[in-house]
Write a protein of this length. Structure first.
Length: 184
């Protein structure tokens, strides 16, 4: 049996990032949502080598509807889905969900399907042709998360997130990152 997500009971409700959105968000949230560089690198600046990745899910499955639409994927097209938790010495910092279509894997110079516990940001931000194409934002309520995700990440309040569509050459991928209270 394939599982679409170990993080979510249902898909988050995303809003396109529009001009003026930033000023309506709490300041600590703005700082992380609008980080233009690698979140991994920023986390390492704060926590040093204590930053680690726990892989929660990595499998070929059809993405959620809004993810398919954002990436212009057909309904029954499988993508590599990877869900992880970034933490520092066990302190949950970020939950992330990455959607990588087959075509993107083929054009990426590094093997994105074999990351293991290596952070995605280390790989994609090393690609000279990487470009940010679009960004959406969300505020997820606690009931949206699975019981396992809530327990592991200690989610007891709404969590802000961003979904960024990146282009590597002509191909796209989506990276959704959720900023846990420990990071804010």
């Amino acid at each position: 049996m394939t599982i679409k997500s170990v993080l979510f009971n249902q898909e988050p409700s995303w809003r396109e990032n529009r001009q003026g959105t930033r000023h309506k968000l709490p300041e600590p949230v703005q700082s992380w949502l609008y980080e233009s560089g690698s979140l991994t690198q920023r986390l390492r600046g704060c926590y040093g080598n204590a930053v680690a990745v726990n892989v929660l899910l990595q499998q070929w499955v059809t993405p959620f509807l809004s993810e398919r639409r954002r990436l212009k994927q057909l309904e029954h097209r499988y993508c590599l889905i990877r869900e992880v938790m970034l933490h520092a010495d066990g302190k949950p910092l970020i939950l992330a969900r990455t959607i990588i279509p087959v075509g993107t894997l083929k054009v990426a110079h590094s093997n994105l399907s074999q990351l293991g516990t290596r952070p995605l940001g280390e790989v994609i931000f090393a690609c000279p042709e990487l470009e940010r194409v679009a960004m959406d934002v969300t505020l997820t309520r606690p009931s949206l998360w699975t019981q396992a995700a809530s327990a592991a990440a200690r989610i007891e309040q709404p969590v802000w997130g961003r979904r960024t569509v990146y282009a590597i050459g002509p191909r796209h991928m989506a990276v959704s990152e959720f900023f846990l209270p420990g990071i804010l």
